[in-house]
Design a protein. Structure first.
Length: 77
């Protein structure tokens, strides 16, 4: 439900990966079922996405299906 909304806030799905056990060379966390790497043009765009009312209506689905989320804030170099 949230993935289509990303594009409304200048977001871009960079990767959506379902790795298998052979994909990992090393890890110190549980191997994820799926990895999403999403980029927003600005902090403001990300914050507006997080405030989206449609997205909020479906947060209960996210909470039931996602064990862990990791947010990486950085700058492309």
């Amino acid at each position: 439900m949230a993935i289509p909304l990303i594009y409304n806030y200048k977001g871009k799905m960079l990767l959506r990966v379902r790795p298998n056990a052979k994909s990992f060379i090393e890890n110190s966390i549980e191997q994820p079922y799926e990895i999403h790497l999403i980029e927003f043009e600005s902090q403001n765009d990300f914050e507006n996405f997080m405030k989206d009312e449609t997205r909020k209506k479906f947060l209960h689905l996210k909470e039931k299906s996602i064990r862990t989320s990791i947010l990486i804030k950085g700058f492309q170099i």
